[in-house]
Design a protein around this ligand. Structure first.
Ligand code: PMP
Length: 394
């Protein structure tokens, strides 16, 4: 029996496959090297512990931080929760009677945006949510205009998962430091794709995820600065001393090993892979925009990830759209909010109507994307839009 041909994968912003060499590095830690890294009384534990510490160093070297500042979590969602709720609960303990103020943006991932709202409703924090510009970018000026005497945290993502826009992280970080305000950035989409330097960018807290960089799902990191300043967070969980008690629970050793290996791989060819992807991205953008007047590119024209292309098509119905793209595995309509029927909050934040937000597709480009894939995608999109014009005329 013939298995049906699978669609071409264009959803690398949602997740990536585990690369074979990453999988090979992980394998022994499921079977023969199965020890608990906290069992330091025998060689099974020592071996697992050594593997975890090696991965911690691989990530620290990628971020230019100390390895003791790397805390393993289950992914960027948990890291973002720990950063924001861990800080608001810690500050609540310290600052009786004065609510801390946090600044974030409407274009953040829900694991920042909704958690900030939770910090407000459950823990009494004051929150300012900045509207990004039409490209989805947040400016330092907007942050400066939102700051209050009680501002304790600014949380702005490095790069957006839906439209690829890159924020001026170093500029924001340096200014935040000059004001003694902590700066958190969600790097789930940028880690392994853009150079990151927590000192040069004055980042105090940073979240990242394994499955966006060809590592496994269910593993991530929270970087927490230990000096200048020493950031203190309260854990979200209790009942263990792992990760200095900040993130208790037995460590996911194979996942952590995979994240370390994927990090090393991402860094080894970051600039060549990024150049290759930029060429593919340019071809996809010009191929679609030159043939379809109803198409607009979402996100910043230059300050954008090479792995993301998001188009909206004015006048197109979302239903026709969803049906017409057989053969391409991409995110349509509500993009990262897929699984819900509401239009994406990011597309709404850049001024799209519900209808236009729904008539949006996101192409995620990645290591396995070829020039031939891009050519085929352009042909499919053009064919689909031309067909849908005919349907709407009838
Ligand atoms: N932040 C951003 C910007 C993301 O793109 C994602 C994944 N869609 C997350 C956070 C959540 O990451 P994870 O899947 O590791 O929880």
């Amino acid at each position: 029996m013939n298995t049906p041909k699978r669609p071409i994968y264009f959803d690398y912003n949602a997740t990536t496959p585990v690369l074979p060499s990453v999988f090979e590095a992980m394998k022994p830690y499921f079977t023969e090297e199965f020890g608990n890294p906290s069992s330091l009384s025998h060689s099974y534990g020592w071996s697992a512990n050594m593997a975890v510490e090696k991965a911690r160093e691989q990530i620290a070297s990628a971020l230019h931080c100390r390895s003791k500042e790397v805390y393993f979590t289950s992914g960027a969602t948990e890291s973002n929760n720990l950063a924001i709720l861990g800080l608001v609960t810690k500050l609540g303990n310290q600052e009786e009677g004065s609510a801390p103020h946090f600044i974030t943006s409407q274009a953040e991932h829900k694991s920042v945006l909704e958690v900030c709202r939770l910090a407000q409703t459950r823990f009494g924090a004051e929150i300012t949510i900045i509207d990004p510009d039409r490209f989805g970018q947040v400016s330092l000026k907007q942050i400066q205009q939102s700051v209050q005497p009680n501002t304790r945290l600014i949380s702005v993502m490095m790069a957006n998962n839906e439209i690829g826009t890159i924020n001026p992280i170093a500029e924001i970080g340096k200014w935040a430091k000059s004001q003694n305000i902590l700066f958190h950035t969600d790097c789930a989409q940028s880690f392994g794709k853009l150079p990151i330097h927590v000192e040069d960018m004055a980042i105090d807290i940073l979240s990242l995820s394994g499955h966006k960089i060809y590592g496994p799902k269910g593993v991530g990191v929270l970087f927490v600065r230990s000096e200048n300043p020493s950031v203190e967070l309260l854990p979200l969980l209790s009942g263990g001393t792992q990760e200095h008690g900040i993130r208790p629970g037995t460590l996911n050793v194979p996942g952590i090993v995979g994240l370390g290996a994927a990090t090393e791989l991402a860094l080894s060819d970051m600039s060549t892979e990024s150049e290759r992807l930029k060429a593919l991205q340019k071809h996809l953008i010009s191929g679609v925009l030159s043939q379809l007047p109803e198409a607009t590119l979402n996100g910043h024209p230059t300050e954008r990830l090479a792995t993301n292309v998001s188009f909206s098509f004015s006048g197109l119905s979302a239903d026709i759209f969803a049906l017409g793209l057989n053969g391409l595995a991409l995110s349509a309509g509500s993009a990262c909010a897929s699984g819900t029927s509401s239009p994406s909050h990011v597309l709404k934040a850049i001024g799209h109507s519900d209808r236009l937000a729904r008539a949006t597709v996101r192409f995620g480009l990645g290591r396995l994307t070829t020039f031939a894939d891009i050519k085929l995608a352009i042909d499919k999109i053009v064919e689909m839009v031309v067909k849908s014009r005919q349907i709407s005329i009838v």
